[in-house]
Design a protein around this ligand. Sequence first.
Ligand code: NAD
Length: 503
Amino acid sequence: MVSTNKLASYKHETQQNISLYINGEFTPAIGGTTIKNMNPFTNEQINEVAEGQSADINKAVAAAREAFDHGPWKTMKLKKRMAYIYRIADLIDEEIEEIAYLESLDTGLPISQTRNMVSRASENFRFYARMVESRLVGDAYQVDDEFINYTIHAPVGVAGLITPWNAPFMLETWKVAPALATGNTVVLKPAELSPLSANLLAEVIHKADLPKGVFNVVHGYGETAGDALVKHPDVQLISFTGETTTGSTIIKNSADTLKSCSMELGGKSPIIVFEDADFERALDACVWGIYSFNGERCTANSRLFVQEGIKDKFIDALKIRVANIKVGDPLESDTEVGPLIDKGHYSKVKNYLEIAIEEGTEVVTGDIPIALAKGNFVAPTLILNAENNMRVAQEEIFGPVLTVMTFEDEDEVIKLANGVDYGLAGYVWTNDIKRGHRVAHKVEAGMLWVNAQNVRDLRTPFGGSKSSGIGREGGHYGFDFYTEQKVIHVSIADHHIQQFGKI
Ligand code: NAD
């Protein structure tokens, strides 16, 4: 457990058990069962969480449906609805320290990083309030002097939002903000491994006093609660972030009820470092891009391609950096890498290090100090001398593990970078400006950065290609998903109409 002097500055000294949040009330699960929520740093129980199942999903969807069909939310004056959204953002800001603490306690993510994630969360709400006010606009089409046709955006209905554990609060708000701001009602099914901050989001939204049923949270397992949400006939859309295989299951399961699905899935993103790159900046970005968020990051640059001419120097520099990364208690402000989310994921990542050895690579890793032995720690690791067709170069490891490969020229590295099923992100480092653009255009991924680490601009489309996703959220692109476009055709003259049956 974390020491009491560390907890003293926080309001929640012990974690209460967590309920579902349905129709404006915190409520136990109908079946009365709970899930034990574990601390990844100690593997001791933090608290218990109500285990929602299909009956609870039915109840939450009924509340959200009633709020959508008969409540004030979707027809409310825009200014009033956005005032609620800004209020949620302000309330999140008041709780930054608390939410960051809960997130680090629950996930093992270092607190210096969860603080930034929480700031992004309140910005998600403010950003979408501004977007709806300024960019949720239709088009008008004049047809000679006969018609004016115009489009409007209407909310879709009940939005089912299913989120992962790797950046829980940031990703939940990334979906909740546009769904609510555009007038939908929401049932959120957070990841079962990281329920604390989703519960705090329910508390914040309760405090913001949204109309009953507009926002609901059902905790529970994916195969039961998540599945019931996906199959529910009164849910119009599913926004999902998680593993590619889960995304594929959800698309299949949502087919009978013809839902619109937005899929933000896994990645195995390349970072390409050319000989002429700014060496130190590329090194900083490469190390941050794979080892931040404990390597449990969808856009992590988990495959490094370094050009032959600088490979020895770059790999030597990487070895020094990786050996010096501060691994430790996620609640210590100078910790850079914390424990992985749970024992199951820890075993999966460790197994990849064995696979790496079987595949004939060189695995460079460190020891975990005895003091950290209770936690799910994997030391920051380099896999050297890898080949692109190996499993460690193809499969998402989702831990602090960088697979390193080399290349000779531009054509070769583009083939290597694209020789993978995923297509989420990519990073190119070169001081040849033409080449930077050229390579970025050719790498098959939804989001590319040239001479930059992963800095998000919320106005731009977010999403992946190939096995990394379907659709784009972010900016006004999210409106295509969270609203239904309707076209209204208006005759402004007496156009010709056939006169069938006229005598
Ligand atoms: P996961 O797919 O195991 O679970 C994600 C969510 O889906 C959880 O809430 C889970 O309970 C639910 N779920 C599981 N099975 C379900 C089912 N049959 N029906 C409905 N819901 C179900 O993913 P995870 O392990 O929590 O997250 C890690 C993965 O998420 C990684 O692959 C990572 O790359 C990906 N990810 C992608 C992005 C992105 O934007 N592309 C962002 C973050 C994480």
